[in-house]
Design a binder for this molecule. Sequence first.
Ligand SMILES: [Zn+2]
Length: 106
Amino acid sequence: MFCGANVENASYGLSICAERTAYVKAASEGERRFRAVAVVTDDGGTPCGACRQFMAEFGLDTVVIVADGRGAYRLTTVAELLPEAFTPANLSSQSPARRRRTKAKQ
Ligand SMILES: [Zn+2]
């Protein structure tokens, strides 16, 4: 298990959310696939868009446990949080997304 926390920076754009902190810690230890990630906030907030995109890189089927400070929780997945995610597959010259972009330019 890898834990993360929000790491704030005086230059706000350089701050990093707890989700990405935990993923980076795990990745630096060689982990690349995750069964589940728990996100706990006072109000049961879900991961921000940047974190959803970051998490998608490591698996759309990863279970996301969203919990609040009172112990209530619900289960979802990265794919549910980020439908039609941009993934490494989109970087392939044969990817459907790239074909659509290429076709749109014609
Ligand atoms: Zn975030």
